[in-house]
Design a protein around this ligand. Sequence first.
Ligand code: NAD
Ligand code: UDP
Length: 356
Amino acid sequence: MLVESPVVPTGQGSTMRILVTGGAGFVGSHLCERLLAEGHEVICVDNLSTGRLQNVAGLLDHPSFTYLAHDVVEPLPPLPRLDRIYHLASPASPPAYQRNPIATLRVNSEGTRHVLELAAVHDASFLYASTSEVYGDPLEHPQCEEYRGNVSTVGPRSMYDEAKRCGEALTIAYAREHEVETRIVRIFNTYGPRMDPNDGRVVSNFIVQALRGTPLTVYGAGSQTRSFQYVDDLIDGMIRLMESAHCGPVNIGNPSEYTILQFAQLIRELTATAAPIEFLPLPADDPKQRRPDITLAQTVLGWEPRVSVRAGLAATIAYFKEELGADLVAANGHHRNYSLPAHMIGRRDVIQSTVN
Ligand code: NAD
Ligand code: UDP
């Protein structure tokens, strides 16, 4: 952890039993760790489709931690009484969800319904991990929660964007029809230790490429923007939302906005790499700009990000150095291609150039 997170009271001041779906993923593993540190009992459910058991390896011997291998598209097995459910199970990186469009739609629709049923039976509060992707390629900037989005139902991101919109709709339907205590968090681009080096997201791609000394792959001209949040800030925001009286949706993200080209230059600077920048075609429907309006989170949760992008990236770069370890030394110019699959790339007129 980079900064001392403020102590957020999780519930009634007593130990709770908390289910985290997708708990072996990047975000889920940090959430499990934080909830255990607060003294709660945690059941982590994951099918390891995009997560890694190594993310929770350090928790497996913890007496209050249980790992359950299960695909939430199937109904969950009987579980002891639950107080809280954080539902994070879903692929999150564009290459991962585009490789598995039906699984992505199913986990956020059928899977979300199963987990909501469980919340209803256990009278447990339920938090759904939604995304800034519900705003699509936004026509309003920055994006506030009232904005309804600009999403294609049939575009190359529709399996994720529409799945998450469906997940939100199911969540609010269970709140209305079954009086489940629900929360919806809209998560903006988040990075940090335990990201999978192979998952194809921009932060992991650029850092891995920079550390290997291979070109940083900027899609398009790099003029599209993203706003990057460190994972500790996200975990703090999710727990605050769960324990608040506000059902959401609430944006949780860091409003520090970068063009992707600026971000590549920042990674080059922080890794002190000589690796050049290589321009590749922009994937179709890639959102042109993204920055959260966090007024609601500031007002109702007293939350705002505390970790600067530079500090968060320094910790993340240190993690990747350790993660790649001997592999980095062995790489010596050979590298895997962590880019989008070719059929997902919009233009075929590849322009390659080098920016110094
Ligand atoms: P991740 O891929 O690292 O974690 C997702 C986890 O869900 C993985 O461990 C995966 O194995 C598990 N999973 C997927 N399908 C499953 C299924 N059917 N049954 C059980 N487990 C399943 O991704 P992440 O970055 O940790 O994202 C976590 C959640 O946050 C996702 O719901 C994602 O949509 C959301 N989110 C993340 C970001 C981000 O920038 N990281 C941004 C917006 C939203
Ligand atoms: N991107 C890039 N090079 C990469 C990976 C991604 O230029 O190697 C761009 C991508 O086109 C998008 C942005 O970086 O504009 C963020 O991509 P990511 O996959 O991390 O998440 P998104 O916000 O698109 O879901």
